[in-house]
Design a protein around this ligand. Structure first.
Ligand code: URA
Length: 203
């Protein structure tokens, strides 16, 4: 079966999910964006916001538009290079951070998506997705972003990097050397050159 067919099966289950309270208030589940057959990278955000809940597509609100700008500038194709997903698939009311229970209930969908995608690399976009897979729950994104590390999910080890969440960049406009926006540019350039430009098997 091709990846898309396997993911469609998971998506159908997710559409019917009422395992946590977010199922009561969502308009749409927000499952993924991007082409699963061509994407080499899985990018994981936090949770859908209002526009994502309305449309059923991740990262299409203000933060998503800013992410698109950075991706475009780095030469990373949102549609072909990335498979974009969130840690939880339903919008938390008032855009609060998802609870541990909500994350735990949604983990089966998240890990199934990663398993099926078997990506060359995982990009954790923001602290929520990063902390979902690290034992150190106090890890600070500003300390670890931009560095490659290995993460094991369901027995498979992937190359991974954390980057800032675009909503953080919406509050930080500086383009000075060392500013969050400049670091985001550097991190995306590193991801592109290591994962997309080189023959990964040779790295
Ligand atoms: N923030 C996220 O983490 N994901 C989205 O899909 C939108 C905003």
């Amino acid at each position: 079966m091709i990846k898309k067919e396997c993911l469609d099966i998971v998506q159908k289950k997710c559409e019917n999910c009422t395992d946590c309270v977010l199922g009561n208030t969502r308009k749409n589940i927000v499952f993924s964006d991007g082409n699963p057959e061509s994407a080499k990278i899985v990018l994981i955000g936090e949770a859908p916001g209002e526009t994502e809940d309305e449309t059923g597509t991740p990262f299409v609100g203000r933060a998503g538009k800013l992410l698109n700008q950075f991706l475009e500038e780095a030469g990373i194709s949102r549609q072909d290079d990335l498979y974009i997903i969130n840690t939880v698939k339903c919008r938390p009311p008032e855009n609060r951070v998802p609870t541990d229970v909500e994350k735990a209930m949604c983990e089966k969908f998240l890990t199934a998506q990663i398993d099926i995608m078997n990506p060359k690399a995982i990009v954790f976009c923001g602290a929520t997705s990063l902390k979902s897979f690290l034992s150190d729950k106090k890890v600070q994104i500003s300390k670890v972003r931009g560095q490659w590390f290995d993460v094991t999910i369901n027995g498979k080890t992937y190359r991974a990097m954390a980057i800032f969440h675009p909503s953080y960049l919406l509050r930080n406009h500086s383009m000075e050397e060392g500013s969050p926006r400049r670091l985001m540019q550097n991190d995306l350039a590193e991801i592109k050159s290591t994962i997309l430009d080189k023959n990964f098997a040779m790295v």
